[in-house]
Ligand binder design. Structure first.
Ligand SMILES: Cc1cc2nc3c(=O)[nH]c(=O)nc-3n(C[C@H](O)[C@H](O)[C@H](O)COP(=O)(O)O)c2cc1C
Length: 119
């Protein structure tokens, strides 16, 4: 059977004493098949925040985006590819002030974008 590609987002800023990390670790043993884990430690290695180029790209015609802001969006493009390649997305996160931690919201902003790829 083909291994499962699992994208794991760890959102806690805490390391060894993180509750969410400890809850996540044993769960991976329960899939009953080989899994390839691509782990992003968003909490301890936050992604860069979105930029003006990113925000402006949402307002441009799709054809213009690559030409004007292609380089600035490379990081976001890579995150989207990573998500598309995953069979399963696993989000390991605390609650911070009644919502998701800022690092997770930032990841969401970076992957939720209009598709500007040529068809
Ligand atoms: C800044 C901050 C805000 C928090 N806000 C909430 C909250 O609104 N609701 C809640 O139930 N817990 C809240 N908590 C508690 C954490 O979600 C909880 O302790 C969680 O298990 C921590 O996970 P971690 O050890 O993996 O970071 C907050 C913790 C922090 C540090």
């Amino acid at each position: 059977m083909k291994p499962l590609n699992l994208l794991l987002l760890d959102c806690s800023p805490r390391r060894d004493y993180s509750t969410s990390r400890h809850l996540t670790e044993p769960l991976s043993a329960h899939f009953g098949r080989e899994i390839h884990v691509m782990r992003r430690n968003l909490g301890t290695e936050p992604l860069p925040a979105i930029t003006a180029e990113y925000a402006e790209s949402l307002l441009l015609a799709a054809a213009e985006v690559k030409e004007r802001h292609g380089a600035a969006l490379a990081g976001s493009d890579a995150l989207i590819r990573e998500l598309e390649q995953a069979d399963l997305l696993w989000i390991s996160t605390p609650v911070h002030n009644f919502t998701v931690p800022a690092v997770l919201k930032n990841w969401i902003d970076l992957v939720v974008r209009r598709d500007c790829r040529p068809r």
